[in-house]
Design a protein around this ligand. Structure first.
Ligand code: GLC
Length: 563
């Protein structure tokens, strides 16, 4: 891998001198630390492994790295079960390694965003251990949500609520009380009415901000505060309640009191620390999270559920640019992350069935995963072609783009993981229904050969398929037609072309071809159909696939030079 001294100088300077806040149109690259690069050869990726790839990240041309949790964890949920919010998992390194990583990234002009998981801790967190060792009604139990059961001897859970990962949302402890966990059993929900809980998260935000962290990604940001006034409603009653800010469990207006306090902390720093909300809420309520008084930015997940189809893409872009205007924030674009089937695979499978609201009736790709990747047949080549076109479309839009590790290599989802090696609790808690998220979390291939394709000397904690060799970094590096080359060129050009957060649609006369222009004249044309589209210009800067002069072939995006 080559280092990029020029980029280094340029971006180092730009850390201080940008006029618009850095995050508004950043390309943020998500690293799933346990699957990125393994420096100590224990089969698990680690912090020094990420630092060893700092030049790779600089050469890729991203503006920031978002690190999924690297904190001490029993890995009941891929690290989203945090046992200590102000430390590094010893299997992943030390705080000194973390500081070295931040320094290495900052020296290359790359910002660092870390994941904060405030809805729940791990059941190995010292607070939960204390709660279990303490009596019902004690201050230690008050940090979590403990209730008496129902039925004879309280042997039934307090309510019939279900966990997001399947099964009951309540778990009984030996003295007979039950605690609430909206995710895995090992992830007890915190009580956000408790002042000690609030104060501790502020301490955590300061701890990482003081270490030079530039921003935070807030996990399940819409679920922290809860109204648990008795009698508790049933699952059916909850489902019938409107999500208007007063729902007992989801997207409550009072969660923004928490974020208003965080915002004051963020603004104590120069530049202010940033945050992006993972909030699965109705799009009309996203601006609340994205406002400058709250977290400042929120994920827009709509493209995760869209088909590769012009009408859907255009509607989503229009709606989300309008929502961004309402909040004053920039919008965000996400095609893949650690929770969903990778986008080349989604686009290589038949369109999902949709429910009455137009949303996929089931998790897209799950049927294919359940069959071990056999049914329906995956169109690998077509899926990747469409994914590359979608990526170039998104990278041309105003706002931030969140990229997920491995998408720059054109990786497909891995279906061939034996059940015995699966790790994701969604698989264990819903047997035969949900295959889980391990298929997008398989360690990256860095080299064509060698043990675990260069991930590390000690194998990979999730098995890599043989076809990973075709996508290895050293195979794609320097090849003009590789997906890695396309991402590098697109991200470099994006820096040069970036302009105000606006776009104008240009009529193409075709329902399956979208074309827009940014304020400086930079244009993006995506042909979502299969018939070639004739262009009135020949000054193509970049194409997602080979494009003959004056033509945008089917399922291809091109960028045109500013006037
Ligand atoms: C978020 C994370 C997901 C995790 C869940 C519970 O949705 O993205 O990976 O399982 O929160 O923390």
């Amino acid at each position: 891998m080559t280092s990029a001294p020029n980029t280094q100088l340029q971006t180092e300077a730009s850390l201080d001198s940008e006029k618009a806040p850095w995050w508004r149109q950043a390309a943020v690259y998500q690293v799933y630390p346990r699957s990125f690069a393994d420096a100590d050869g224990d089969g698990l990726g680690d912090i020094p492994g990420i630092a060893s790839k700092a030049d790779y990240l600089a050469e890729l041309g991203i503006d920031a790295v978002w690190l999924s949790p690297f904190y001490p964890s029993e890995l009941a949920d891929g690290g989203y079960d945090v046992a200590d919010y102000r430390n590094v998992d010893p299997r992943l390194g030390t705080l000194a390694d973390f500081d070295a990583l931040v320094a290495a990234l900052h020296a290359r002009g790359i910002r660092v965003v870390v994941d904060i998981v405030p809805n729940h801790t791990s059941d190995r967190h010292v607070w939960f251990e204390e709660a279990l060792a303490s009596a019902p009604g004690s201050a230690a139990r008050e940090r979590y949500i403990f209730r008496e059961g129902t039925g004879p001897d309280g042997a039934l859970p307090p309510t019939d609520w279900e966990s997001m990962f399947g099964g009951s949302a309540w778990e009984r402890v030996p003295d007979g009380q039950w605690y609430l966990h909206h995710f895995a059993v090992e992830q007890p929900d915190l009580n956000w009415d408790n002042q000690e809980v609030r104060a501790d998260f502020v301490r955590t935000l300061r701890f990482w901000s003081d270490r030079g962290v530039d921003g935070f990604r807030i996990d399940v940001a819409h679920m922290l505060t809860k109204d648990l006034t008795e009698p508790l409603p049933s699952k059916a009653e909850l489902e019938a309640m409107p999500r208007d800010g007063r729902h007992p469990l989801i997207d409550r207006d009072d969660v923004h009191d928490v974020y208003a306090e965080w915002r004051r902390v963020f603004n104590e720093y120069d530049p202010p620390r940033t945050a992006v909300a993972e909030a699965w809420v109705d799009s009309s309520r996203v601006p609340l999270y994205a406002s400058a008084e709250s977290l400042g930015q929120a994920f827009n997940f709509e493209l995760l559920e869209a088909d590769f189809e012009a009408g859907q893409f255009q509607r989503i872009v229009r709606d989300n640019l309008a929502l961004a205007k309402l909040s004053g924030s920039s919008t965000t674009w996400v095609l893949s992350n650690h929770d969903v089937v990778r986008h080349p695979t989604r686009y290589g499978l038949p369109h999902p069935e949709r429910d009455a609201d137009g949303r996929p009736a089931r998790k897209h790709g799950n049927e294919w995963l359940l069959s071990g990747g056999m049914q329906p047949v995956l169109d690998r080549v077509g899926g990747l072609r469409r994914a590359r076109a979608a990526t170039l479309f998104v990278l041309g839009l105003p706002g931030s783009a969140y990229l997920y590790q491995g998408e720059e290599l054109g990786l497909h989802e891995v279906a061939e993981i034996p059940d015995a090696l699966r790790q994701d609790p969604t698989f264990f808690r819903s047997p035969g229904v949900d295959k889980g998220r391990d298929g997008c979390r398989v360690p990256l291939p860095w080299s064509e050969g060698g043990r675990s394709f260069g991930f590390g000397d000690g194998g990979a904690h999730l098995p890599q398929p043989s076809w990973f060799a075709l996508h290895a970094v050293d195979v794609e590096d320097g090849r003009p037609d590789s997906t890695l080359t396309m991402y590098r060129r697109a991200l470099a050009l994006r820096h040069e072309l970036q302009t105000d957060e606006e776009l104008d649609w240009i009529d193409t006369g075709r329902a399956d071809v979208l074309r827009f222009a940014r304020p400086n004249g930079w244009q993006v044309v995506t042909n979502f159909g299969t018939e070639p589209f004739e262009l009135d210009r020949a000054d193509v800067l970049l194409a997602s696939d080979e494009a003959p002069l004056g033509i945008v072939p089917g399922e291809t995006t091109v960028w045109l030079a500013p006037n």
